[in-house]
Design a protein around this ligand. Structure first.
Ligand code: PBG
Length: 322
C-alpha cells in the first residue's frame, strides 16, 4: 500500500463531512428577485423561460410567495408602452406611475419585504438610453437632475433601496442629497457601481422593449476589458454615499467581484443578469445541460467570489430547492 498521509478526499467522504467543511453558503436570504411589472396582461418573456411581465396584482401575490420562501427583497422594473416614453423620461416621476403604484401595493401587502427600485431613464426613454441624448451624445449633468427626481419619487412611494443603474458620473451624490433634502434619510442606495457594457443584457431589453434606438451604451457602461477601473468606480460610489455596491453581470466578472470585495467594506451585490439566466435555461431545454444544477453552481460561485447578495431571475426556484 502506498503511504499517503495527506488525503484531501477525507474531507469529502460523506455529505455530513462535506457540509462541515463547506466554505460558502447559499440561502434564500442571500437572494433578490428581479420582477418585470406591466399595466397590461401577464405575458411570458420569450428569451427567459419561467419569467413573465407581471400585472401589479400578480407582483403582489408572487412577492408574498417569495417572502414566504425566505427571499427578503424584490427589484422592480416597469415595462411601459411606447406612448409613455419621451426624451426626458417624464413618466418616471409620475406619483401615480406604474412603478410607484406597485411599490405602494407591495409595501401595503408585505411591509417587511425590502423593495428595490431601479433608477435609470431607459424604461421611460424614447431613446432607450439611460441618460438624456443631445446631438447623439448622452449628457451627464442634465441627467443627474432627472435621476435625483426619479429616486425621490420612488422613495416617496416607499422604496427601501433605490438602485441607480445608469452609470452617470456623480449620480450617487446627486441622489443622496435629493433624498436627504426631502427627508428620506433612511432610504438606502444600492449602486450599480461596476456595470459593464454587456451583451448579456439582451433578454432584459427585450422584456422591457428598452434597447437603445441608436448607438450603444459604451460611453457610460464599463469596458469589459477593465478591472482596475471597477475599483475606481466602486470607491467613488462609496465616497458619494452608496450603502451597497454592485458588480454586473456576475459570472463573467467573478474576478472583478473578488477584487471589489477586498477593496471596500460596504456590502457587495452581484447581478446574475438576464443573459446568464437565458443561457442556462436554453441549454437546459435542449437537454445539453442540467439547468437546475448549473444555476445552483453558478450562484454558489458568485457567493464564493465575494457577493453578499445576488439578484437572480431564478431566485424563487432556487429558494424553493434550498
Ligand atoms: C437599465 C438596466 C439594465 C439591466 C438592469 N437595469 C439594462 C441595460 O443597462 O441596458 C440589465 C439586467 C439584466 O440583463 O438582467 N439601466
Amino acid at each position: 500500500m502506498a503511504r499517503l498521509p495527506i488525503r484531501p478526499r477525507r474531507n469529502r467522504k460523506t455529505e455530513a463531512v462535506r457540509g462541515l467543511v463547506r466554505e460558502t453558503s447559499l440561502g434564500p436570504k442571500d437572494l433578490i428577485w428581479p420582477v418585470f411589472v406591466t399595466d397590461g396582461a401577464r405575458t411570458p418573456v420569450a428569451s427567459m423561460p419561467g419569467v413573465f411581465r407581471l400585472p401589479r396584482a400578480d407582483v403582489v401575490k408572487e412577492a408574498k410567495e417569495a417572502w414566504k420562501l425566505g427571499i427578503p427583497a424584490v427589484a422592480l422594473f416597469p415595462a411601459l408602452p411606447e406612448k409613455l416614453k419621451d426624451p426626458l423620461a417624464k413618466e418616471s416621476v409620475n406619483p401615480k406611475g406604474l412603478l410607484q403604484r406597485t411599490v405602494r401595493d407591495l409595501k401595503e401587502a408585505v411591509p417587511e419585504l425590502c423593495v428595490i427600485t431601479d433608477v435609470a431613464m431607459d424604461p421611460y426613454s424614447s431613446d432607450g438610453h439611460d441618460g438624456v441624448v443631445r446631438d447623439g451624445r448622452i449628457v451627464n449633468d442634465e441627467t443627474l437632475e432627472i435621476l435625483a427626481a426619479m429616486a425621490a419619487s420612488q422613495a416617496e412611494a416607499g422604496a427601501d433601496l433605490v438602485a441607480p443603474s445608469d452609470m452617470m458620473d456623480g449620480r450617487v451624490a446627486a441622489i443622496r442629497s435629493a433624498l436627504d433634502e426631502r427627508g428620506f434619510t433612511d432610504t438606502g442606495i444600492l449602486a450599480y457601481s461596476a456595470k459593464y457594457a454587456s451583451a448579456f443584457y439582451g433578454p432584459f431589453r427585450a422584456a422591457l422593449d428598452s434597447a437603445p434606438k441608436h448607438g450603444d451604451k459604451k460611453t457610460y457602461q464599463m469596458d469589459p476589458a477593465n478591472a482596475r477601473e471597477a475599483i475606481r468606480e466602486v470607491q467613488l460610489d462609496v465616497a458619494e454615499g452608496a450603502d451597497i455596491v454592485m458588480v454586473k453581470p456576475a459570472l463573467p466578472y467573478l474576478d472583478v467581484l473578488a477584487r471589489v470585495r477586498d477593496a471596500v467594506n460596504v456590502p457587495v451585490a452581484a447581478y446574475h443578469v438576464s443573459g446568464e439566466y437565458a443561457m442556462a435555461k436554453a441549454a437546459g431545454q435542449l437537454g445539453w445541460l442540467d439547468a437546475d444544477a448549473v444555476l445552483m453552481e453558478s450562484l454558489v460561485a458568485i457567493r464564493r467570489a465575494g457577493a453578499d447578495m445576488i439578484l437572480t431571475y431564478a431566485a424563487r426556484e432556487i429558494a424553493a430547492r434550498l
